[in-house]
Design a protein around this ligand. Structure first.
Ligand code: PXP
Length: 237
């Protein structure tokens, strides 16, 4: 079974655009779960333009499924995560002002840093996933630094899906086989949508979780949040 974790950063972006509390992020998180989401993902960025650091404890208090906090493991991020103990931390090598995450870790070059942060998080009982491009060396590197899972960056897949569909998930398929052989779990995220999600799932054996924000929140403008979550869940069945 592949879990659907809804990334609610876009909801926070709308809220922040007016300075008040509409839409109410905490209520939206609870509603996503009510509508069938199996996890809630947030990605507090250093400029806090989406989810803010002070949203995290409030969300932690209400999320009943799986709470996943993503970000670059800076000292501030590590403090936030260690204080709030989400079920999972997904570490992403984002530059501070980046529009969205667009590449994964070089898990070999950053091995000693990653080993340190992964072990600090795991010691606090937090599952750790490393955001990587689907290349065998990054998967092996993630295993070597002690990560529980990798999250495959699916932006490239999503681009290729419309141009050369039959090749688009090849590297993800290969890396998924390797991941199961060496014993590391697989998540995936970025630019997944109602058109490409089923194909991705069918081609990536052992996919444990997808986190989806931009397309899902955009679709919900047309279909409503509850219907949209059900539509995504159907793609994963
Ligand atoms: N995974 C990571 C690491 C991300 O940074 C994002 C975007 O915040 C996502 C998944 C979700 O991507 P999208 O918003 O395109 O669904």
């Amino acid at each position: 079974m592949t879990k659907l974790s809804v990334n609610i950063n876009k909801v926070a972006l709308i809220r922040n655009s007016r300075g008040g509390n509409l839409p109410d992020l905490v209520q939206v998180a609870m509603d996503c779960e009510e509508y069938g989401a199996q996890g809630i993902t947030v990605h507090p960025r250093p400029d806090q333009r989406h989810v803010r650091y002070d949203d995290v404890p409030q969300l932690k208090a209400v999320v009943k499924t799986e709470f996943n906090v993503e970000g670059n493991p800076t000292p501030d991020f590590m403090k936030l995560v260690l204080e709030n103990k989400p079920h999972q931390a997904t570490l992403v090598p984002d530059a501070p002002g980046v529009l969205t995450s667009d590449q994964g870790w070089d898990t070999v070059a950053h091995a000693s840093f990653l080993k340190e942060v992964v072990s600090a998080l795991k010691a606090a009982g937090i599952r750790v996933s490393l955001f990587v491009d689907a290349e065998e060396r990054w998967v092996e590197g993630a295993k070597a630094v002690g990560a529980d899972r990798v999250e495959f960056y699916t932006g490239g897949f999503a681009n290729d899906f419309y141009k050369k569909k039959e090749k688009s998930a090849e590297s993800h398929h290969r890396c998924a086989i390797l991941a199961s052989q060496i014993g590391i779990g697989i998540n995936a995220g970025h630019d997944l949508n109602l058109e490409n999600l089923r194909y991705y799932k069918e081609n990536v054996p052992g996919l444990l979780e997808v986190s989806i924000g931009h397309a899902l929140i955009s679709d919900s403008l047309y279909f409503g949040l509850g219907n949209t979550i059900q539509m995504y869940l159907r793609q994963l069945r």
